[in-house]
Design a binder for this molecule. Structure first.
Ligand SMILES: Nc1ncnc2c1ncn2[C@@H]1O[C@H](COP(=O)(O)OP(=O)(O)OP(=O)(O)O)[C@@H](O)[C@H]1O
Length: 234
């Protein structure tokens, strides 16, 4: 079993981290929350409601967005189009309206483009909106992925190792963005191997090992936890 008997809460408005050695089940936990995997047992509640068996797009619609450990951008699309994909989740455009290019479609498309550019601007990426996303350096592609997730207007943002592959300066920028996103009212749940970042940003940390939760607490408590030190931090 990749994950077993794992139980924790994420409070609205907090930044919470999920850490643990390679293969301990962090990404699997994300995949369970976002509906990419279905658990054999147990339940996942969001705002008091069962989301355990909902498909990924339904979970996204309810307000849980994510980024992926290995970028999952649409490489043959532009930066703008990638972010528009996130916006279409809530745009309310009918397939027929889009096919016939109805006036209502043009209005909504223009509004979506403006909104996408506004989100890209927050990441300093508006000037590159029309470039194929694959042209951007890796660090900027990560920010496009976060922008796409934010375009769905999430209540919760799941970040799977958002700092991996970033240099020191890019990590600083990422931290500023994470704090800004939280200030805007979005709850953050992040898998992160960078311990400086985790301990600086997170208010609470859950630690997995071999698919089991071995500790949960404040960064200070986690850093002093003997089992966590033995299997991971040490
Ligand atoms: N689709 C799958 N089929 C079989 N085993 C899997 C699958 N996905 C993950 N696993 C296994 O489940 C365990 C947990 O994997 P997971 O990717 O969740 O770990 P992780 O903590 O995210 O690791 P990392 O830090 O390396 O990303 C690992 O032993 C992994 O090999």
């Amino acid at each position: 079993m990749a994950v077993s008997q794992v139980d924790f809460d994420i409070r609205a408005g907090q930044i919470k981290a999920l850490i643990g050695p390679n293969g301990s089940g962090k990404t699997t936990t994300f995949n369970l929350i976002t509906g990419h995997y279905r658990p054999d047992a147990g339940e996942i509640l969001f705002e008091g409601e069962q989301i355990t068996v909902l498909p990924p797009h339904e979970i996204a619609r309810r307000g849980i967005a994510r980024t992926f450990q290995n970028l999952e951008l649409f490489e043959n699309m532009t930066v703008l189009e990638n972010v528009l994909i996130g916006l279409y989740l809530r745009a309310g455009v009918s397939t027929l309206g889009a096919l016939v290019r109805a006036p209502s479609w043009w209005r909504k498309e223009k509004a979506a483009q403006d909104k996408a550019l506004e989100i890209l601007e927050r990441f300093g990426l508006a000037a590159r909106a029309q470039e194929p996303v694959a042209n951007l350096p890796f660090g900027l592609q990560r920010f496009v992925e976060i922008a796409r997730a934010l375009a769905t207007s999430p209540k919760v943002l799941l970040l799977d190792e958002a700092a991996s592959g970033l240099d020191g300066r890019e990590k600083e920028i990422l931290c500023e963005h994470i704090l800004e996103i939280r200030r805007s009212g979005v709850t953050i749940f992040m898998v992160e191997h960078d311990m400086n970042m985790t301990m600086n940003l997170a208010e609470e940390v859950v630690v997995l090992d071999h698919g089991q939760k071995i500790a949960e607490g404040t960064p200070r408590e986690i850093q002093r936890h003997p089992e966590v030190i033995a299997v991971y931090l040490g």
